[in-house]
Design a protein around this ligand. Structure first.
Ligand SMILES: N[C@@H](CCC(=O)N[C@@H](CS)C(=O)NCC(=O)O)C(=O)O
Length: 225
């Protein structure tokens, strides 16, 4: 339930004065898409604010006041700001239990999901990020080595961590949106071939067919891959 930016100059209509409780700062197609998908899947009342990483908007004083680390995502809540996809997705799942985006009844199973998300955030993301988005871009042997390292992480997910049909088993969770972001990058870069990564490819197709994900793609102005 993404609502456009609301800037009210003068109105006493309570419906217009109502502002979303949550504000997500995201960059199209970047890792923040995981938090964006979680909010949309939850049916949360939120506003999405685009940060253009290429223009350096994540380093402006205005954005650094929200997230001093100068990265997206950041989620402004009525209690303060939360950063990091792992944390934001956990918060969305816990504050919208009716959406069943995580097993919030079991601390252990919630922890299992967060362990999966932690692997994506602290191991897969830096590895694929280094291979694809280093500045200046990696070349030659350094690029091959970085890609090889990233493929080891994708392989670990494909062969061991991914339960199927969804990341954590029978039920869709926020981990699925998160995984789909990195599978998307891998497919776009042309190395996540179906023969070597059948589960990750089938999973990405399944995630992209979800209505909430289609809405996020449209809001971010990007296409399914
Ligand atoms: N672990 C963090 C990583 C955040 C992150 O690195 N975001 C990237 C986009 S994928 C970013 O905003 N980079 C901008 C920059 O480094 O200047 C998370 O999951 O939220």
């Amino acid at each position: 339930m993404n609502r456009p930016v609301t800037e009210i100059v003068c109105s006493d209509d309570p419906a217009i004065l109502e502002t979303p409780m949550l504000k997500l700062y995201y960059s199209p197609g970047a890792c923040a898409m995981a938090s964006h998908i979680a909010l949309e899947e939850a049916g949360a009342d939120y506003e999405a604010v685009k940060i253009d990483l290429k223009k350096g908007e994540q380093k402006t004083p205005e954005y650094l006041a929200i997230n001093p680390a100068g990265v997206t995502p950041a989620l402004v809540t009525d209690e303060g700001v939360l950063t990091d996809n792992l944390v934001i997705m956990g918060y969305v799942a816990q504050t919208h239990p009716e959406a069943k985006l995580a097993d919030t009844d079991s601390a252990f199973r919630f922890g299992q999901m967060q362990a999966f998300n932690a692997f994506l955030g602290s191991s897969l993301h830096p590895a694929i990020g280094r291979a694809l988005f280093s500045k200046p871009p990696l070349e030659g042997e350094a690029k091959d080595q970085a890609l090889e390292n990233a493929l080891v992480k994708y392989r670990l997910v494909e062969d061991h961590l991914f339960k199927g049909p969804w990341a954590m088993g029978e039920a869709y969770t926020v981990a699925d949106g998160y995984l789909s972001v990195f599978s998307r990058w891998g497919r776009q870069a042309g190395f996540l071939d179906t023969g070597r990564f059948p589960k990750l490819n089938a999973h990405l197709d399944r995630v992209q067919q979800r209505d909430a994900v289609k809405r996020v793609l449209e809001q971010e102005g990007i296409e399914a891959v």
